[in-house]
Design a protein around this ligand. Sequence first.
Ligand code: M6R
Length: 614
Amino acid sequence: MCGIVGYVGKSNAYDILVKGLHRLEYRGYDSAGVAMVNDSGKLNVYKTLGKVSNLENFCSDKDKSGCTGIAHTRWATHGEPSDCNAHPHFSEDGEIALVHNGTIENYKVLKDALIQNGCTFQSETDTEVLVQLIEYIRTHNDCSLLDAVREALRQVVGAYAIAVIEKNNPDTIIAARKSSPLVIGIGEGEMFLASDATPIVEYTKNVVYVKDNEIAVISRNEPLKLMNLDNEETKIDVKTLEISISQLEKGGYPHFMLKEIFEQPNTLRDCIRGRVVENGNRIIISGVQDSKEKFLNAKRIIIVACGTSWHASLIGKYLIQDMCRIPVEVEYASEFRYSSPVIDDRDVVIAVSQSGETADTLAAIQMAREAGAYVYGISNVVGSSIPRNTDSGTYIHVGPEIGVASTKAFTGQVMVLTLVALAIAELKGTMTAEQIAEIGSTLKKIPDYVAETLKLNDQIERLSLIYTYAHNFLYLGRGYSYPVAMEGALKLKEISYIHAEGYPAAEMKHGPIALIDAEMPTVIIAPNDHLYEKIVNNVQQVKARHGSVIAIVTEGDKEIRNIADHVIEVPAVPECLTPIITSIPLQLLSYYIAINKGKNVDMPRNLAKSVTVE
Ligand code: M6R
């Protein structure tokens, strides 16, 4: 949700800021803007509706001088996407510019008070209130920008990562965070700030993750200073980035999404490296081993997540219940937090999130911790808020995921949940060494099976042409394949804008069967598992109503191939590992349908990669 970038140093800020905005565009892309202050004390603010490339066109003939600047790419919350609502926002006297990611919840009260004091507003945003408030405090108290920012933040309720510059001080950016991510990069005579490390990594590997309620003074000539809202200096903990530039580029693929789909053999290898050892006989998940007592004594596990991560979590439920015999509940984090959940210190809450920054998931874990539960995080982004706010956890290690539609993070999450379940089962003795070894040895081969499945690319591309203009799709699965059906439907919806529903196959007869006709394709996930014969019936039921069926089946399938209109054959794996394999053709199908429709798969309308607001 919105990306912010800042630079102070010796180079031209504009080029660095715009490059940074391109890297952060996955977070929001309805408008973009930059503000630079130059050594003659001129503050130039340029902003425009649309993507970062529009901003570049808009700025082509403008004065872009200045070695200090801030920039923003927006995902609208308050106020429609427009030039005026785009960031940076500036104070009425034109002296201060500010970018913001988050939401100011009490903006209305603050705005009314400022209007009563004679302030006028240009935009409909919550953010403009903050910059006008900072100006008001600075003018009326005759204080520094830093003091005015601190005082303003004391009055604000909500979430923010902000960066502020002023006309008369071209050497400094003031930044702060609460519940929205902010990273500072420390270079030689230059510093950077951004919503995540991707705009920073090509300049420096030394970063500081700003904590909640911290304010940073980022200067060209002075060391970084961090302080809390009481003006007390706080500790600076410099970390080393582990991502590389090549991970942030398309590497010859037309889209990040396709690149990320094809990366999965490697990302899954990275995910299991050092964790599946002794030929698969042992599973080492240090987070689980360190939390041994908690998992051994857990009366229940609650998994909280959103979107695709929620689908991975549902697979986690099947895995943990099957392997560890612990009851598992899976909750949308956004519902969990407002459902008066009954939690106590015998519960273990697992939070699953690619970004590690999803606002609802963060709120859910905060609530669980306050109620005494032990909280375990499964995330991708190293140093993000979820791993920093949980008791223990595991990274999925699939590298930066840029495409808004999650693909490699989903399979990475399912893989880590499998490993976590096996590690708990080993601790609890709910699986024998032989059973663990059987799954463990197949896990090591999963990257190769995924590579094999990706060879279906051409078949799926051809198939996509037949169904590109369908208006509705139904996705059905049972057991482990039910969450896969939901994930397949979500992938199609979010990038092609075709309505799709994922459903447990047996529930079809309780309602959705009414929708079936020759116009509505049904995708059925039907690997050769213990529910296979049941799902054959479901295929028959669709065919009896003249629906067309695309079936994902196991290689060598005999029955469904005779009934379905199209079969996609995937390698045979144990039932609990089928989701990682069967989800691959569904990712490709949604990708090609969206491409055939001319959609922007990496930046689908209305969406943002990281949902850091409620
Ligand atoms: O970063 P998270 O995994 O917490 O994000 C959760 C959802 O916003 C995310 O999975 C979303 O549903 C994706 N766009 C799905 O492709």
